[in-house]
Design a protein around this ligand. Structure first.
Ligand code: PLP
Length: 417
């Protein structure tokens, strides 16, 4: 009997770093620096450097990072912020929490990220320009469109050149949701250089939820930006609107990054580049092993302009539930990110979207399956996963598997079973 391949391993990295992590916690205890202080400052400057930005502001979560970025960049209540329906609900919660209205555009079938053609069509065909204010107005809600949040889903960046160009043309505040993309890179054809996630928009939001590529031992998040004023505004928003104690220039929030979490993140950040490379290696191994079944089990696509960090390794199969049950019987844990598109969630009934509005996102949501993916994943474990997938594929299509170019290949079909 094979042992279980867990979906995630959050124990091993912390056991490996235990002495260093405990020393950092101990130093917080002995100095009683729990709020702000050198650990927070140190992590902020390290993470800004990692992302290639001038500023990083540590916060208590990725959700607040998105919310404060929208507020500080000037999105007003009653305005529309565009995003995708295939993301975690935090993206749209942040939009609603600043009093704005989320509106969606569909995703690209291959990358699962914002489709630039759909974005352009939305801006050109589903919005009007208000003659008196020369602002873009959504026909759907009759509200001015002011913001745009592409999500770098599963650790791969959205196609940012055209997205940035459209944001500039229509004067939209561009905020990256980089909560799954710490260290992901994008080759800009415009600047002819690789750019890190979090360095392209007006600001970007990161989450350090434990399961993310860089995770705290609890909740944490950050905003990165090159804009000094924006960074300063977020520093005030996270701390009750004060830059000086008890001098409240505005009404803010309690959204600070804990010093203990900052100390932990600073230690783990030193390993992030190596961990991301290990994720890329494991993704390459999956893709190589599953290549001959790739007409039935669709594998992740990485365009030449992308260096993904594989927060998740997501495959697709028409009979996703069957594959998932089969893998579970073979002691392989899997997950679904995300089973219900946001526009079909009960929480967003008020937005008035219906089934069929975003066909790509809806089809993808029925077929996606996230396989175990983490730096500590072993080749033997990956074997167990891919063998489980192969015997599911064979059971569904009995008969000899034709040999193409000396390689085993599975018969092409477009239906499950
Ligand atoms: C995790 C995540 C968030 C929210 O981060 P929290 O730290 O849990 O608040 C936002 N957007 C995306 C895409 C995420 O994956």
């Amino acid at each position: 009997m094979s042992t279980r391949v867990p979906f995630l391993d959050l124990v091993t990295p912390h056991v490996e770093l235990e002495a260093e992590l405990l020393a950092s916690v101990r130093s917080a205890l002995t100095t009683a620096s729990f709020i702000g202080g050198p650990m927070v400052d140190g992590f902020e400057s390290d993470f800004a450097e990692f992302c290639g930005t001038r500023y990083c502001v540590g916060l208590n979560s990725g959700t607040d990072a998105l919310r404060f970025a929208l507020m500080a960049a000037g999105v007003q209540p009653g305005e529309v912020v565009i995003t995708v329906p295939s993301t975690f609900i935090a993206t749209t919660e942040a939009i609603s929490q600043v009093g704005a209205i989320p509106e969606f555009v569909d995703v690209d079938e291959r990358t699962y990220n914002m489709d630039r053609v759909k974005l352009q069509q939305y801006l050109e065909n589903e919005c009007d320009t208000d003659c008196s204010t020369s602002r873009l107005v959504s026909r759907r809600s009759g509200r001015p469109v002011s913001g745009l949040i592409p999500v770098h889903l599963y650790g791969q960046m959205a196609d940012m050149d055209p997205i940035r160009e459209l944001a500039e043309r229509y004067q939209l505040i561009l905020i990256e949701d980089a909560c799954q993309a710490h260290g992901a890179e994008y080759f800009s054809r415009k600047t002819k250089s690789w750019q890190k996630a979090g360095s392209i928009g007006r600001a970007a939001a990161f989450s350090f939820y434990p399961g993310k590529n860089l995770g705290a031992c609890g909740d944490a998040g950050a905003v990165t930006t090159n804009d000094a004023d924006l960074a300063q505004k977020i520093r005030m928003l996270r701390d009750h609107g004060q830059a000086r104690k008890y001098h409240h220039e505005l009404e803010g929030y309690n959204g600070r990054l804990d010093a203990i979490q900052a100390g932990i993140l600073r230690i783990k950040l030193k390993h992030l580049t190596e961990w991301n490379q290990q994720r890329r290696d494991r993704a390459a191994l999956y893709s190589e092993a599953l290549e001959s079944a790739s007409e039935i089990v669709r594998l992740p696509t990485e365009p030449s302009w992308s260096r993904a960090v594989y927060h998740l390794y997501v495959v697709r199969h028409p009979d996703r539930e069957g594959l998932r049950a089969h893998l579970s019987e073979r002691n392989v844990d899997t997950a679904i990110h995300y089973p219900i598109p946001l526009h079909l969630q009960t929480a967003y009934r008020r937005l008035g979207y219906k089934d069929g509005d975003f066909p790509v996102c809806e089809r993808v949501a029925r077929e996606i399956l996230s396989l175990p993916m983490y730096p500590q994943l072993q080749p033997g474990q990956q074997n167990q996963v891919t063998e489980g997938i192969f015997d599911f594929v064979k059971a569904a299509f009995p008969g000899p598997i034709p040999v193409v170019n000396g390689q085993q290949s599975v018969r092409h079909t477009d239906c499950g079973r």
